[in-house]
Write a protein that binds this ligand. Sequence first.
Ligand code: UDX
Ligand code: ADP
Length: 459
Amino acid sequence: MEIKNICCIGAGYVGGPTMAVIAKKNPHLNITIVDINADRIAAWNHPDLSKLPIYEPGLADIVKDTRGENLFFSTDVDSAINNSEMIFISVNTPTKTYGKGKGMAADLKYVELCARNIAKVAKTDKIVVEKSTLPVRTAEAIKSILHNTGNGINFHILSNPEFLAEGTAVTDLLNPDRVLIGGESEEAIESLAKVYSSWVPENNILRTNLWSSELSKLTANAFLAQRVSSINAISELCESTGANVNEVARAIGMDSRIGSKFLNASVGFGGSCFQKDILNLVYIARSYSLNEVADYWEQVIIMNDHQKRRFSDRLIKTLYNTVSGKKIAMFGWAFKKDTNDTRESAAIYVADHLLNEQANISIYDPKVSEERILTDLNYLNTRTEAENRNGVSYTALPLDAVKDAHAIAIMTEWDEFKAYDWQDIYNQMQKPAFIFDGRNLLNKQKMDAIGFEYYSIGQ
Ligand code: UDX
Ligand code: ADP
């Protein structure tokens, strides 16, 4: 099928950057990103590029070049579906918060609504591409909805998982390790391969069956998350034995069979994918009664929850077993640097734990808004909104967060934290002044020399 017009449903962290790069590399294609969230579309269309709803290094430049040329943002979902030969589904697929599979299975209601909408309005044949992270065999469900509720037209379903990591989305999209396309129709697969071949070498475009493609996405994230949980497990052992986890990671990372990536011990992994994808894997394994497989992967999550809890417990214990009424500054709220995304960020859970102990938390993050922080805490349902507002304050400047604080907890590895005048920060704080470095970002000797009581992960 000749592709001239592409529609992407969902203008989020995946849909936005992916379509911007496809548009940039395919000036002959017309691309429309649609979303039911009118505020989000308005933000994508904002003349001031610093107001885009998503922060990603390099993204604003690409949007500047393509927006209004061959990249459009709109709330008119139906027209965009009708005018396109290829439709990407990039809507959110959070973990279910209700009913069967609560806390484990992916909530597919947004995907299903999309499929029903496509079936309802489509008047010509379409290629439908799964881009959201989905459990294995979701394509089957989409196919069934399209075929049974459509107007007798042909739909080809493809799975094309995204492997971009937030914070490096643009470079990941421009230089992907591989692009994976799963499907049943060779013709449909080749139509999508052609879109990518504008900039991705042919050898890096892999074709598989639908289910291999869906499962590869979950497996990649499960393996990456497992590495983080593995090194985090060793970090606890290091703290008990006097070994240094940074030294251990360096030593094992030089083994070419292991490799050096994803070995940074941390306060715990976050983000919208790792936990959700592993839970999907666990859920699907259990649904086939593969309990050992399910338990094996579930342990990666258990370790991660333990790591977050351990971090706040250590902070409380070190502050003489109480943080009640003490001011704790948190540096960073995003789940990693260079993004304004906070989904599943370890900071949320650490803050929650400290608030339960009646700490006063003062938060600084260069890209996350006060409103977002409060929404994240309210979403936990541990406290009322008023209680959260009472316990947490937000500062636009790091020095305001640390004024009279007893401790600083570093939650995100923002580069700017390394460049601070830490002597000045020390001077503003209560003494003894503690740092709990959840990202092993700072230099221990330097912090010791200033006079800080410095604690990091696995040292
Ligand atoms: C991940 C996958 O990397 C990407 O391929 C997939 O498409 C989506 O999920 P993302 O969630 O954006 O991407 O971030 P990633 O860089 O993988 O980091 C996930 C979490 O692990 C972050 O909280 C990060 O801080 C943490 N992490 C990562 C560590 O704690 N230590 C490490 O060594 C690496
Ligand atoms: P991701 O990280 O997977 O991109 P986001 O939550 O950032 O997730 O983005 C998903 C987007 O999909 C949201 O902006 C949401 O409003 C949009 N969305 C969800 N359901 C639909 C739908 N049926 N039609 C159009 N847009 C939708």
